[in-house]
Write a new protein. Structure first.
Length: 105
């Protein structure tokens, strides 16, 4: 006499197999949702940065132009020739640049 599988055991095994398959699919979907949620957060942050940039640029465009900066003339540095040949004050023994630049009068 050949023994047939118990129909209850066979159904339970099929249910277990189906449950494992669905559990795997659900885990994959959760991973995809987590990845998409992270990408969505990044996009929302980029949008917020663009809004801030737009707001800043519009505010700057409404401001009046500032006055041009005053330019103070700086005195000659030891590395540039004097404006007058009669001004040897930059040529001193204490000034190593002056001693190394013998091409200037």
């Amino acid at each position: 006499m050949s023994r047939h599988p118990d129909p209850g055991t066979w159904l339970l095994e099929r249910i277990d197999a189906r449950e494992k398959a669905l559990t795997g699919q659900a885990e994959q979907m959760r991973a995809q949702i987590d990845e998409l949620a992270a990408r969505l957060r990044d996009l929302d942050q980029d949008i917020e940065h663009l809004k801030i940039t737009r707001k800043t640029l519009l505010a700057l465009a409404e401001e009046p132009d500032p006055a041009p900066p005053r330019r103070n003339r700086l005195p000659d540095s030891p590395t540039t020739p004097p404006t007058s040949r009669s001004s040897p004050s930059w040529r001193t023994p204490d000034n190593p640049c002056a001693l190394a630049t013998s091409a200037w009068p």
